[in-house]
Design a protein around this ligand. Structure first.
Ligand code: GLN
Length: 488
């Protein structure tokens, strides 16, 4: 067995005991990257030299029980700043941007002793559901390289599935952690809005964005979340609230006795492919066999989630992306003579088509004549969507349903029709609008496609520990997935 094949918690324990050295762990991941990158394109920047330097420095200092990820190689989505490495956000406009500071989550990872091996590929500015909107080429799914890995954190998902790292950070504005976790057969958690500081994470939809881990199990996600979560005064939306022991939550139960699992009618409806429905139903049956009590619930406003989400996300994006003007960072078109021409030329050249579309729609929904009809209305509907969840959590502890209606689709299948791409988010957007935590837990392979299917678990605000403990019990009762087939 190669080192990269271990789980995060296994390699962490081997490192702590001195049975594996940080340089060996880093080398194993870097070799795996070399062997698989030609097929998956999961990284925008491979940080080989920095990673080996970091690993050597850790070795010189020696293992330290206060550093829970000592020597563990991890990857970071390219929207998150790592000092000294480019942060392109998947865009040409930030091609030459090298942040001079670490994001809060990266500071925490370094302090915990993690070794950063690369910056993961992504949809440009996290806008997309397939990681085909990257200026650095699409990411391919390790299970079948003719298919997408899901997006926008597709590089993070594919790199974990391919064994290039033991965990990766993603961001989730409307599903971007859960969707690639689902398509790549890994576990991912989108924390409650405010649980993880976004300081040093490039903004997309500021009222929706959250950073979270993707890894090979709930326990591995718990180990990562324990390190990145917590209060940070540099993010005004960061919440000062005690951190539960997430790993202990994963040990807390072997069964699910007494856990009330809400099944939203709207998530188990028409449009769901037969194989996804079958795999998710099978997982709910397993939960029932473990003692969980399924409860029917309703989320009546979920039908408005996609429209509401895309109005709010695009409005916020159009405002957040105004800063890329060719003056302060990134690409500048040097030919223009007037300032205004320079703005237009730099932005036209630097932003891809999907980003330009969203800036235009976002600007439109915020414009004086249309603000009430679109943005204000969306903000009101958002409130109703959140209220549905609060009602549901009066009668259940977690919600369960599919992550997406289908398994990983073929590259190019949806790029010509943006609406088809947006519809993939039908089960993921509402949770971000409500600010709640959610997970994707791999529960099997689709009977028709042979591709991974994830079950989405949704919790009440700050219920990450409840989600992780339920996910760990479920994972323990299900057979684990085989190695991804597409890299053989
Ligand atoms: N697919 C959604 C979008 O394109 C979600 C992306 C995300 O969560 N970053 O906006």
């Amino acid at each position: 067995m190669s080192l990269w094949q271990h789980s995060l918690t296994e390699i962490r324990d081997l490192l702590a005991k001195g049975e594996v050295r940080p340089v060996e762990a880093a080398q194993s991941c870097l070799e795996r990257m070399e062997a698989t990158e030609g097929k998956v394109n999961a990284m925008i920047t491979v940080m080989a030299d920095q990673a080996l330097d970091q690993a050597k420095a850790l070795e010189a200092a020696g293992p330290d029980p206060a550093r829970p990820l000592w020597g563990v190689p991890v990857a970071v989505k390219d929207v998150i700043c790592v000092k000294g490495a480019p942060a392109t956000c998947g865009s040409r406009i930030l091609e030459n941007f090298k942040p001079f500071y670490d994001a809060h989550v990266v500071e925490n990872l370094r302090r915990a002793g993690a070794v950063i091996v690369g910056k993961a590929n992504m949809d440009e500015f996290a806008m997309g559901s397939s990681t085909e909107h990257s200026a650095y080429g699409p990411v391919r799914n390790p299970w079948d390289t003719t298919r997408v890995p899901g997006g926008s954190s597709g590089g993070s998902g594919a790199s974990v599935a391919a064994g290039q790292c033991f965990a990766a950070l993603g961001t989730d504005t409307g599903g971007s952690i859960r969707l690639p976790a689902n398509f790549c057969g890994v576990t991912g958690i989108k924390p409650t809005y405010g649980r993880v500081s976004r300081f040093g994470c490039v903004a997309y939809g500021s009222s929706l964005d959250q950073i979270g881990p993707m890894a090979r199990s709930a326990r591995d996600c718990a180990a990562m979340l324990s390190v990145i979560a917590g209060f940070d005064e540099r993010d005004s939306t960061s919440v000062d609230r005690a951190l539960p022991d997430y790993e202990a939550a994963c040990d807390a139960r072997k069964d699910l006795k007494g856990l009330r699992v809400g099944l939203p009618e709207e998530f188990w409806a028409e449009g769901l492919s037969a194989e996804v429905e079958a795999a998710c139903q099978g997982a709910v049956e397993t939960m029932r066999a473990l003692g969980a009590e399924p409860v029917p619930v309703r989320l009546p406003h979920n039908e408005y989630a996609i429209a509401t989400y895309y109005i709010i996300a695009m409005a916020e994006a159009s405002s957040n992306l105004a800063r890329y003007d060719g003056v302060r960072y990134g690409l500048r078109d040097e030919r223009a003579e007037e300032l205004i021409d320079m703005y237009v030329a730099s932005r036209s050249k630097g932003f891809g088509e999907e980003v330009q579309r969203r800036i235009m729609i976002g600007t439109y929904v915020l414009s004086a004549g249309y603000y009430d009809a679109y943005y204000r209305k969306a903000a009101q509907v958002r409130r109703l969507i959140r209220q549905d969840f609060l009602e549901a959590f009066k009668v259940c502890d977690v919600l369960a349903g599919p992550v997406s209606p289908v398994t990983a689709f073929v590259l190019g299948e949806k790029t010509a029709d943006p609406l088809q791409m947006y519809l993939i988010d039908v089960f993921t957007n509402s949770l971000n609008l409500a600010g709640l935590p959610g997970m994707s837990v791999p529960v099997g392979l689709g009977r028709d496609s042979g591709l991974p299917v994830g079950l989405q678990l949704i919790g009440p605000a700050f219920g990450e520990d409840v989600l992780l403990s339920a996910a760990a019990a479920l994972e323990g009762a299900l057979p684990s997935l085989p190695e991804p087939a597409g890299l053989a």
